[in-house]
Structure formats: structure tokens, C-alpha cells
Design a protein around this ligand. Structure first.
Ligand SMILES: C[S@@+](CC[C@H](N)C(=O)[O-])C[C@H]1O[C@@H](n2cnc3c(N)ncnc32)[C@H](O)[C@@H]1O
Length: 257
């Protein structure tokens, strides 16, 4: 079985439908009282959560819990280091790794002396992250609705976590990331590049669930970032280097306006 970050399996359309449901979410906004509201749990979020909850053990086995040369090419690691340096040039070291999975990038950022929290929609992945990195804080959160106060972060990393968000919903995610970043705060994205095409998998990663990922277009991602008030500062595209990679890998660094 391939690591969940890979998009090798492309077989037909989903056979399992995960019913949309509504759940309570606590919103934290600086200067305002906490309140509770009901938000729809869209299929793409519920699907990712179900698959990662069911495949966390496999993810640990195949991708591990650390950033390493076995899973990240030199360019990938260089961009993570660049993100660290950009954050350290500012006054705050408070950052988040959103879609943290087993905490691989979270631990990388912590080792580079950033004050990092890992956020993910999958409780099972968060449990795996806590076991691997007990010294780091991990919490449940989703890309478009983060349990983080306004303008409170100097940086956010989304390392292969926007790949389950349909292109037309990326605007919601980037608006939310802009909300939590302080002025001048930096965002680092990593994702498989393409034309925004969906990749459908049934029985994703050996689970009973279907899952759709998206090979986002770097140009489309940049346009949507700028529209959300995030200024694109750097982009990189590298060719596939690992056997599990089928497409170029894209990286974008943006700065909050
Ligand atoms: C391919 S894994 C990458 C995990 C980690 N960043 C890494 O590089 O090992 C994608 C992760 O994003 C999480 N995820 C997917 N959609 C999400 C969303 N809408 N909000 C928060 N996390 C999400 C999944 O639960 C999973 O842990």
C-alpha cells in the first residue's frame, strides 16, 4: 500500500458515500465571547476524516512521524527551512501546522525552535501525532474553521493537507488562514500539482471509504491566495523524485497583507 499522500490509485468513482452531517463547533475570535454554532460537515472534510481515522496506522508505517530524506526531497526540506527563517525574521514564533497528520512537519518546526501547534481533522492522526511527539500540542481543527484567534499566528504550514479541498472551496480555506495570520505572517503550502483535476479512489488506503483528492493548479492556488489577501512571495515546482510520486510537486510561500 502506498503512503496516503500519494495519489497513485485512480479507479472509477466513489462507492461509499459519507453522509453530510452537522456538528457543533466552538469559534474563538479575539475580543469576542466564545459561542457555539452549527456548521455543515461537507463531504470532502468528512471523507478525509473517515479515511485518515481508519488508516492512521498505515500512515505511520509508510510515511512515518518525521520529515526525512526518505519522504521529502531536498527542495521540499529547503522550503520548510525557508519558512522557518521567514518566521524567525519577525517578532513572534507562534505557528500552526494545519492538516498535521502524524506531526511530521510539526516536529520539524518545533525542532527549529518555533512555538507550534498541530491541527488536524482526524482524531486518529492526532493520537498518532501525540504518541510520536508527546512534547508538542495537537488539537482538532479544520482548514476552513480553525480554533485559533484572529491575527495570532506568525506562520502556518499546510503540508499536503489542501489536497482534499475542491478548488472552488480553497477560497474559504485561504480566507480562514488569512484571518489567523498576523499582518506579515507567512503561509507555506505543499501539494501535488496538476490542473485541479479530481483523483477518485475507492477503498482508499485499504479502508472501506472512498476519497477524492485534487491536483491543484499552482496558478489557480496563487490567484485564490491573492484574492484572500495573501501575497504570493515564492513558488516552486519540482519534478517527481520518489516512486510514489506521479506529478510535479508544488510549493507556495505567501505573506499575509
Ligand atoms: C496527506 S496527509 C498529510 C499529513 C501531514 N501534513 C504530512 O505531511 O505527513 C493529509 C492530512 O490532512 C488532514 N486533512 C484533510 N483535510 C483536512 C481539513 N479540511 N482540515 C484539517 N485537516 C485536514 C488529514 O486528516 C491528514 O492528516
Amino acid at each position: 500500500m502506498m503512503p496516503p499522500r500519494d495519489t497513485r490509485v485512480e479507479r472509477g468513482s466513489p462507492v461509499t458515500t459519507i453522509t453530510a452531517r452537522r456538528r457543533p463547533v466552538y469559534q474563538r475570535r479575539s475580543g469576542r465571547a466564545q459561542y457555539c454554532r452549527w456548521v455543515p460537515q461537507e463531504d470532502h472534510v468528512a471523507s478525509a476524516r473517515a479515511v485518515y481515522d481508519a488508516s492512521a496506522d498505515h500512515y505511520v508505517e509508510f510515511v512515518g512521524t518525521e520529515i526525512s530524506a526518505a519522504t521529502e526531497a531536498p527542495v521540499d526540506r529547503a522550503l520548510l527551512v525557508a519558512f522557518v527563517d521567514l518566521v524567525k525574521a519577525g517578532t513572534s514564533r507562534r505557528v500552526a501546522d494545519v492538516g498535521c497528520g502524524t506531526g511530521r512537519a510539526t516536529a520539524f518546526l518545533a525542532k527549529h525552535d518555533l512555538d507550534v501547534v498541530g491541527l488536524d481533522v482526524s482524531p486518529a492522526m492526532l493520537d498518532a501525532a501525540r504518541i510520536a511527539h508527546p512534547e508538542i500540542r495537537f488539537e482538532e481543527g479544520r482548514l476552513d474553521d480553525l480554533p485559533v484567534e484572529d491575527a495570532s499566528l506568525a506562520g502556518v504550514v499546510c503540508w499536503y493537507s489542501i489536497i482534499y479541498t475542491p478548488p472552488e472551496r480553497l477560497g474559504d480555506v485561504f480566507t480562514e488562514l488569512s484571518r489567523v495570520l498576523n499582518p506579515g505572517g507567512h503561509l507555506l503550502l505543499g501539494f501535488q500539482a496538476g490542473n485541479g483535476d479530481p483523483v477518485h479512489r475507492t477503498e482508499a488506503f485499504g479502508t472501506a471509504f472512498s476519497l477524492t483528492s485534487f491536483r491543484h493548479s499552482p496558478g489557480d492556488v496563487c490567484n485564490r491566495l491573492e484574492h484572500a489577501g495573501l501575497e504570493v512571495r515564492a513558488t516552486a515546482l519540482r519534478e517527481p523524485e520518489f516512486t510514489h510520486e506521479q506529478t510535479p510537486q508544488a510549493f507556495v510561500i505567501a505573506r499575509n497583507g
